[in-house]
Design a protein around this ligand. Structure first.
Ligand SMILES: Cc1ncc(C[n+]2csc(CCOP(=O)(O)OP(=O)(O)O)c2C)c(N)n1
Ligand SMILES: [Mg+2]
Length: 387
């Protein structure tokens, strides 16, 4: 097969600018894995539209301030797809934050770091590490771990809201999104965490299940045949199904469904194609854990309408597209969050421009009887630098 499988959808059928951005994420992942001669190109190729849609249209995240305490959290539980995250952080222009919590003008993931994927000492290790790379909200790689952590983050959002929000003044209302693969959903830790999330009815938690029917060494059906949708309904989750990962409108309806659901967590099952656009490796485990190979890379790029010999190409307008999407929306959301709606309450923050000061200036609500709110409890929820 040397032509794209049109039954799966023409890879170039979306609006030009969106499609170009999506294919930029895909080809950066492909090129980085090929150059490192190691890594996982398949999941980034399948999931690029899913993550692009989320970041560009829904995620409340300001790339200019990755320390904003009320930012939505994005967790890549499928940590082996790390290039998906690195490419997105790069294109979105997320700034680097140093160990003191200071934001610099440097990118969290520069193009040089993408070219150094999986090299010793780089900010782009094979699996994302939160202490190394700004924008990586939690270290992932052991399957299920990010899914579990995302439940903790969603609980934290609710705890912070309960302690610090005042009527008409929502300091904390961030959402948590986690991308989970088949391997994540096979793990016990993810099941336990999902059960707790359902029990707690966490409406601020959205898991996106990459239903690509393939795992590390073969079809998922060899080892995984449970009815995921029914299982999550049993946990008390809201479940919705996006049957084409390349359909941005359907994805948007999936995310809207999550945002409208106010009484339980949401699972968005997304049918995708690992190695999307690869003539010989799409829908195969061969796209999972090894480079596509130089010859196949050229065929994939041809299918994407990409210059076949270009490497690490970011076409004109792609950075601007991200800037005008997640960049603009995130900056506006953060600015609105800092607006002095209640000047007397807000003044410590306004005078120092420090979110930490704002948190310290607010006394938590009294704890229920028998559960004293100690200073150490408060300390544990103060904002910490993200490296
Ligand atoms: C706890 C744990 N067990 C095993 C692995 C090794 N491993 C990495 S990816 C993978 C398969 C994941 O399959 P899936 O989630 O479907 O990813 P896809 O191939 O679709 O990208 C496995 C078993 C791991 N990372 N963590
Ligand atoms: Mg899979």
């Amino acid at each position: 097969m040397s032509q794209p499988n049109l039954a799966l959808g023409d890879p170039n059928r979306l609006a030009v600018s969106d499609q170009t951005c999506i294919n930029t994420i895909r080809t950066l992942a492909i090129d980085a894995v090929q150059q490192a001669n190691s890594g996982h190109p398949g999941a980034p190729m399948g999931l690029a539209p899913v993550v692009y849609s989320l970041w560009q249209r829904f995620l409340r995240y300001d790339p200019a301030d990755p320390t904003w305490p009320n930012r939505d959290r994005f967790v890549l539980s499928a940590g082996h797809a790390s290039m998906l995250l690195y490419a997105t952080l790069h294109l979105a222009g997320v700034r680097s934050v140093n160990a003191k919590g200071e934001i610099s003008n440097d990118l969290a993931v520069s193009m040089d770091e993408i070219k150094r994927f999986r090299q010793i000492g780089s900010k782009t290790p094979g699996h994302p590490e939160s202490h190394l790379t700004t924008g990586v909200e939690t270290t992932t790689g052991p399957l299920g771990q990010g899914a579990g952590n995302s439940v903790g983050m969603a609980i934290a959002s609710k705890w912070l809201a309960d302690n610090f929000n005042r009527p008409g003044f929502d300091i904390f209302n961030f959402n948590v999104y986690a991308i989970c693969g088949d391997g994540d959903l096979m793990e016990g830790v993810a099941s336990e965490a999902a059960s707790l999330a359902g029990h707690l009815k966490l409406p601020n938690l959205c898991w996106i299940y990459d239903n690509n029917r393939v795992t590390l060494d073969g079809p998922a059906e060899w080892s995984f045949s449970e009815d995921v949708i029914t299982r999550f309904k049993g946990y008390g989750w809201n479940v919705t199904h996006v049957t084409d990962a390349n359909d941005l409108d359907m994805l948007a309806r999936g995310y809207d469904n999550f945002l409208k659901c106010k009484d339980r967590p949401t699972l968005i099952v997304v049918d995708s194609h690992i190695g999307y656009g690869s003539p010989h490796k799409q829908d195969s485990y061969e796209a999972h854990g090894e480079p596509l190979g130089e010859a196949e890379v050229k065929l994939v790029k041809k299918n994407y309408g990409w210059p076949e010999d270009a490497k690490f190409l970011v076409p004109d307008g792609v950075y601007e597209q991200f800037k005008n999407g997640v960049g603009k929306r995130g900056a506006e959301a953060r600015a609105a969050w800092k607006a002095p709606k209640m000047p007397s309450f807000w003044s410590p923050m306004a005078s120092t421009n420090s979110s930490r000061t704002a948190l310290e200036s607010v006394e938590p609500r009294p704890a229920p009887r028998g559960k004293q709110n100690t200073r150490s409890t408060r300390n544990s929820f103060r904002s910490k630098p993200i490296n």
